[in-house]
Design a protein around this ligand. Structure first.
Ligand code: HEC
Ligand code: HEC
Ligand code: HEC
Ligand code: HEC
Ligand code: HEC
Ligand code: HEC
Ligand code: HEC
Length: 453
């Protein structure tokens, strides 16, 4: 590794520690659920659906007591004052220092056009975006824009008004609360969840779009029958779902961001480090073909290479190993892969041997099968029969990396029905995720492991 790379790597590695800590607050996380996280057993619906719009509620932690536990002040809603102002300017001026910290992917694209153009379509690039008609999934017009709840008197509506988008709570036929959709989290492969600004604080909105079921559901952590808008979006979410942000204070529980300055998407500078110096150097030295001041992951030692990915794809359970957990919000790809003979018995097998982080490759079975065949031949597979050679050649992962429903998820649908990775959620699909423990799957081993482990 050259000196320049070492210098630059300082911008990437501090994330690692922060993220291990942030993992406790995972979106689907079951290991340390917030006190009001939905469970697989439906709870009784509160008699009245309280609106938590008081400033006190707005600053309370995500695991504030649920209304079932009583004790939450809802006085403001009754006064009909709106404590969540609709922010009129969705992006205030950041200071020059804030603005110049990340140059943004488009600038990288000036000299690395190929990587940039293909990255635009990737799940990484789109994993957080500012809300717009192009980026929002789901219906913002009647009748598809309504989500009923377990409480017949309460529903939610997703609205478009003058080019801006809102979630609104309707109680007994009257709109009782409205919040803007400012930031989208999730590319929408599985789901999109939404966040709203209140000054410089970021909150998750109560309704999530659940792609697999093509419907609106309560956001994880929200209780059926509640019109609660105050679940903070902490730095932890943004560590894994954005390129950068300027926190008001350190710590993964922070949910205030200076100047509301967020660089959305997991883009170039999230993996290669802040690039201003690199850009400055190569703009002023156009003949220098030796890269300066940028992290080249190919030059990282083997173990660190995968850490670049596993800081976000390492699962929730990293502290105590957690290697046999299949589904979790971030799905433990590195731990699962490391159980495979392909990993333990080959000289090296890295995430990037099978994934090009600059492309959308999802669904390209042949491409992935070819990557298996950099080490294996079709005939290594003793299940292959002459008449099915072609099918086998293109489908290695379909048999050896089975898709499994994620465990660790709870969703509530429009009817208040519980959708859960544990219960199977009658009739509703839970997102299926590839298991990175590559192996011969015997039928008795295909069942997902116990969620308790
Ligand atoms: C003004 C042109 C220019 C811009 C803008 C630019 N780069 Fe580069 N980059 C280069 C040159 C020249 C090289 C060295 C030749 C090569 O590898 O293509 C390079 C190499 C790289 C490498 C490979 C590193 C290595 O050691 O070979 C990476 C990674 C990289 N750039 C990332 C980025 C990122 C991220 C951005 C945006 C923050 C960016 N570049 C913006 C010119 C530029
Ligand atoms: C440790 C990193 C990490 C943290 C922290 C994290 N996420 Fe995620 N999230 C991921 C990864 C990785 C995926 C993709 C899972 C996969 O495909 O294996 C994901 C998926 C999602 C999705 C579904 C995206 C899709 O594919 O459609 C949503 C929505 C989401 N996260 C929201 C959140 C929210 C909200 C928070 C904070 C409460 C959060 N995440 C915290 C890493 C993280
Ligand atoms: C999710 C992490 C990630 C993101 C996001 C990312 N890269 Fe990379 N990049 C890598 C890794 C890992 C490698 C080394 C790939 C390998 O081992 O073959 C790499 C290699 C490169 C290289 C050198 C090899 C090549 O392909 O020319 C350049 C240049 C580069 N990236 C530019 C970019 C630019 C520009 C963007 C934004 C559009 C970007 N990267 C986004 C992880 C990332
Ligand atoms: C900053 C956190 C972060 C880092 C670092 C990161 N990822 Fe991701 N990755 C995510 C998130 C978040 C998603 C889910 C995006 C979504 O669907 O919203 C994701 C999705 C993916 C997907 C699924 C893409 C798809 O279209 O389904 C692959 C494959 C992947 N990452 C591989 C990698 C590899 C390989 C690396 C290391 C080079 C890496 N990631 C580094 C956060 C990260
Ligand atoms: C870097 C090389 C490499 C890659 C890439 C690779 N493997 Fe392997 N794989 C190995 C090695 C080495 C073994 C152990 C062989 C042995 O012990 O005889 C192995 C073993 C296996 C086994 C037997 C597992 C067991 O528990 O006995 C299966 C099945 C398998 N690989 C499938 C795949 C599939 C499917 C892919 C692509 C998704 C893949 N491999 C990619 C190197 C690799
Ligand atoms: C031997 C090949 C191989 C290796 C190595 C590998 N993956 Fe994958 N990965 C796959 C295949 C195949 C898929 C399924 C692609 C698809 O859906 O089309 C996949 C899917 C994914 C997804 C999307 C999850 C889903 O099912 O939607 C993520 C995230 C991911 N990989 C991350 C990683 C990370 C992080 C590493 C390194 C620890 C890694 N992968 C190493 C083959 C591999
Ligand atoms: C239709 C499902 C299916 C497909 C497709 C498939 N395999 Fe297999 N594979 C199996 C089964 C089942 C076994 C176990 C056979 C047995 O031992 O009876 C197996 C065994 C293996 C083994 C282990 C052999 C050993 O030493 O025990 C390897 C390696 C392997 N497959 C690699 C591959 C590769 C590489 C591909 C793609 C070119 C592939 N497989 C495609 C089902 C499949």
């Amino acid at each position: 590794m050259r000196v320049e790379d070492n210098e630059k790597s300082g911008n990437v590695w501090p994330w690692l520690g922060a993220i291990a800590a942030a993992a406790a607050l995972l979106w689907f996380g079951k290991n340390e659920p917030p006190a009001n996280a939905p469970t697989a057993t439906p709870r009784p619906t509160p008699a009245t659906a309280p609106l938590s719009t008081s400033p006190a509620a707005a600053t309370s932690p995500p695991n504030a007591p649920s209304p079932n536990g009583g004790a939450r002040p809802f006085a403001v809603a009754q006064d009909e004052r709106v404590a969540f102002p609709i922010i009129t300017n969705p992006s205030p001026e950041a200071t020059d220092e804030e603005k110049s910290r990340w140059v943004g992917a488009a600038v990288c694209g000036e000299c690395h056009a190929e990587n940039w153009k293909s990255a635009l379509h990737s799940a990484h690039y789109n994993t957080s975006r500012f809300a717009s008609g192009d980026s929002l999934l789901g219906d913002y017009h009647a009748p598809g824009n309504r989500m009923g709840t377990g409480d017949p008197a309460l529903s939610f509506e997703m609205l478009e008004d003058a080019g801006r988008f809102f979630q609104s709570a309707v109680q007994n036929g009257r709109e009782s609360h409205r919040a803007t959709i400012d930031l989208i989290l999730g590319s929408g492969k599985m789901a999109q969840t939404y966040a709203t600004w209140v000054k410089d604080a970021l909150f998750e909105l109560p309704v999530t779009y659940y792609t697999t079921a093509r419907s609106w559901v309560y956001s994880p952590g929200y209780m059926d029958g509640q019109a609660f808008f105050a679940r903070p979006v902490n730095s932890g979410c943004l560590d894994c779902h954005t390129t950068g942000y300027i926190p008001e204070s350190e710590g993964e529980k922070n949910h205030r961001f200076k100047s509301r300055h967020i660089v959305p998407g997991v883009t170039c500078e999230r993996c290669h480090g802040e690039g201003a110096q690199h850009v400055q150097h190569h703009r002023t030295h156009p003949t220098d073909k030796q890269a300066k001041h940028i992290l080249d992951p190919r030059k990282l030692p083997a173990a660190k290479r995968d850490m670049l990915c596993s800081q976000c794809h390492g699962g929730v359970n990293t502290e105590d190993g957690g290697t046999d957990k299949v589904g979790a919000h971030s799905n433990n790809q590195l731990q699962r892969l490391s159980l495979s003979a392909c990993f333990t018995r080959s000289e090296s097998l890295h995430c990037t041997d099978c994934h090009n982080p600059h492309r959308k490759e999802r669904g390209d079975k042949k491409l992935f099968a070819r990557r298996c065949q950099t080490c294996h031949e079709i005939d290594d597979c003793n299940a292959v029969t002459p008449d099915r050679r072609e099918h086998f050649a293109d489908n290695c992962a379909q048999c050896h990396m089975p898709r499994q429903q994620m465990v660790d998820i709870d969703f509530r649908t429009t009817t208040g029905q519980v959708v859960s990775g544990f219960t199977g959620g009658d009739g509703v699909n839970i997102p299926e995720i590839v298991d990175h423990h590559i192996r011969v799957v015997r039928s008795d081993k295909t069942a997902p492991p116990s969620p308790d482990r």
